[in-house]
Design a protein around this ligand. Structure first.
Ligand code: FNR
Length: 374
């Protein structure tokens, strides 16, 4: 089944790649670069896509597809599909409605949204917009998770967690891979990290008397440590996920310390160039954690068949990052809703063609690796 194009979506948008190509004309060059870029020589950024391209499919003939569905439950909550919106800072860079447009689209498509600490709208307003959209569309309130960047002062981090709890967020996602990243973009005057108003921010300035430029500065000294996970776990009853895990050993330690879920990620190739893709590390993380917690992944997911590949390699669900900004820039809420809808349509088509009526039928036996057959 395909729905007619959403109002406001320009003609010719048939894939997420179409939105990416169209978005460039809607964004200032500096903002476009900021969204697209990876770190260093962008090797990790390229791997995020290349690792999906290394896998193909092995369909089963004549499978019974009756009663099929892409539904799943995460932390006791129904998700229409194994697809969530990754935390993205400053969504008003792409569209004046920013996160409000995204949460309305997420509600319409019953899709989970992870809201960034660096959102450009307050987390309370985002939650309220989701509730209003749910009432107007007669849909359930969307699953909203709050992504936490630990703040230099612990009471500020805790204040953010308490606000998220009070506003109805259902999980905390602690990002652990991006603490030591010097700020790049100079924000336009109308876009700001409004949720951090009044909080102490650390700039990357050397501490007098040390020779360090990064190490030995307050920036590196404030980077999250294992003890912070234990602290956070003890402070909230919400599920706590760690985002930015790549190694099995770290993943197992996180679960031992009480993490309720993990997001395998190299941060969209934006932090340390040379990291492997999340897709390539999934198998090892999955083996190390042995199904004790849900594993999610992100990085390079652009089609429904990518979602199937990630699930076959051990993910319970995937997150999508940059495409949100592309679709927002081109067509606001309608664009984001349309992009999610296309991914879900492609996911269902791929599952049907593989003979998988349900998510639990997707396993490694449905994949083959192109290189091995070259
Ligand atoms: C990000 N990402 C990110 N992650 C996070 O935990 N908090 C954040 O505020 C942001 N902000 C952000 C902004 C922009 C412009 C980008 C491109 C990325 C990382 C993001 O959540 C996700 O890990 C990657 O974007 C996933 O890769 P894809 O889907 O963009 O390939």
């Amino acid at each position: 089944m395909t729905l007619p194009p959403h109002p406001g979506v320009p003609p010719g948008m048939a894939t997420l790649a179409d939105y990416e190509a169209a978005a460039r004309a809607h964004l200032e060059p500096e903002i476009w670069r900021h969204i697209q870029e990876g770190s260093g020589a962008e090797r990790s950024l390229a791997e995020n896509r290349a690792s999906f391209a290394r896998w193909g499919f092995l369909p089963r003939a004549l499978a019974d597809l009756r009663g099929g569905s892409t539904e799943l439950s995460l932390f006791g909550r129904r998700h229409a599909a194994p697809l969530l919106l990754a935390p993205m800072a400053y969504q008003r860079l792409a569209h004046p409605e920013g996160e409000l447009a995204v949460v309305r689209a997420a509600t319409a498509l019953e899709t989970g949204m992870v809201v960034s600490t660096l959102a450009s709208v307050t987390i309370e307003e985002i939650a309220a917009a989701g509730r209003d959209a749910a009432a107007a569309l007669d849909r359930p309130v969307p699953p909203l998770w709050f992504q936490l960047y630990l703040q230099p002062d612990r009471q500020d981090s805790l204040a953010l967690v308490r606000r998220a709890e009070a506003a109805g967020y259902e999980a905390i996602v602690l990002t652990v891979d991006a603490a030591i990243k010097p700020a790049g973009l100079t924000l336009p005057a109308e876009v700001d990290a409004v949720n951090l108003a009044g909080m102490r921010r650390i700039r990357q300035t050397a501490t007098p008397g040390t020779s360090g430029i990064i190490l030995g500065t307050a920036l590196a000294d404030a980077a999250p440590r294992w003890a912070d996970l234990e602290w956070l776990r003890s402070e909230t009853r919400l599920p706590v996920l760690l985002k930015g895990m790549l190694l099995g050993e770290d993943a197992a330690r996180a679960v031992d310390l009480g993490a309720d879920g993990l997001i395998v990620s190299n941060h969209g190739g934006r932090v340390l160039d040379g990291l492997p893709s999340a897709l390539d590390m999934l198998d090892a993380v999955s083996a190390a954690t042995g199904g004790r917690v849900p594993l999610l992944m992100d990085g390079g997911v652009r089609t429904g068949s990518d979602v199937v590949k990630a699930l076959a390699l051990g993910a319970s669900a995937v997150l999508v990052g940059r495409p949100q900004m592309h679709a927002l820039a081109v067509a606001g809420m309608a664009g984001v809703a349309h992009a999610i809808h296309m991914l879900r349509t492609e996911l269902e088509a791929t599952m049907a063609q593989l003979g998988c009526a349900r998510l639990d039928a997707i396993g490694p036996d449905r994949l083959w690796r192109f290189e091995q057959h070259a």
